[in-house]
Design a protein around this ligand. Sequence first.
Ligand code: UT7
Length: 345
Amino acid sequence: MANRIAQNLLTTQPSPTQSQQNRYARITGTGSFLPPQRVTNADLVTQLAATGVETSDDWIVERTGIRARHFSAQGVLTSELAVTAAQNALQAAGLQAGDIDLIIVATSTPDMVFPSTACIVQNKLGIAGCAAFDIQAVCTGFVYALSVANAMIQSGAANKALVIGAETFSRILDFKDRTTCVLFGDGAGAVVLEASATPGILATDLHADGKHVGILCVPGNVSGGAVDGAAFLHMDGQAVFKLAVGVLADTARTTLANAGKTEADIDWLIPHQANIRIMTSTAKKLKLDMDKVVVTVDQHGNTSAASIPLALDTAVRSGQVKKGQTLMLEAVGGGFTWGSALIQY
Ligand code: UT7
């Protein structure tokens, strides 16, 4: 253990043979995990009807594109999903957990108020000593986490990072609120990022505008031994929709410009999977056919920070995404936050 800690500390120093100019962060493995309980729209419609909440498969499919989602079993927390996704990514990269010197978990449904889910994941992976922390940018969390890990690898502060998006949104859904409870699901996705002399993450772009805090939030806080305020997700769907379609194409274009690329260079758009109508609108603005867009919202629902790495891993394992292709990742979420990342896979 002590050796591993010493090794991890040592490996956070930049390699003297690799200058920062040609030091990139490259995805060398992807992984994901969906909890086994799959809930179709028909299942949900039946369960909600039993409590007097009216919805329909037609409404959900037409307004969102969602047909099914996965829910964790009672008591299964975010770190458990994250660990399995991380192990799958490590296996794909041909690495052991002990090789990792940075863990970032993007989540809005942490196991505890503190410590971070990343520390819990680190312990469950059986390692110690490397930096581990959470990033909270709701549905934009994975893009934020990827951007921070990229900067740490480029600066030489890390060499091999696990970047994970993991959520158990079913725990914060109000099943009496049909405007939100049909939208979200649970899951986790992960990538291994390694320092490399070849690209890599080409560019990223992050934003936030805190005046929109109230349109997508879980307003409760822990105080005096209880939850003070509502502990369920609240969303003004139309306001989020409007903001989302306004910013997504812009951030993608900024990232392309930062990388010296154009829309024509994109092989795959891998958007945050919230609503098929938002994805279609963004693809149209970027002049991309829908056959260049990775779509998993139909099967996963909106898994917040997990949705992009889940979609990426699904596309890698199905053979859609191939080595060397150029991927545009983009997301919006509570905060209000938004951002994008351009990747040479
Ligand atoms: O992940 C973070 C980012 N989040 C998002 O990107 C979500 C963005 N927002 C959306 O995706 C959409 O706004 C929703 C899917 C949430 C809602 O779609 P919409 O087309 O904006 O519907 P709406 O809110 O305008 O509601 C239309 C109607 C309303 O009835 P009335 O007032 O027209 O009679 C709602 O009460 O649909 C009703 N409705 C439902 N009906 C059946 C709302 N939820 C349901 C439901 N089943 N589950």
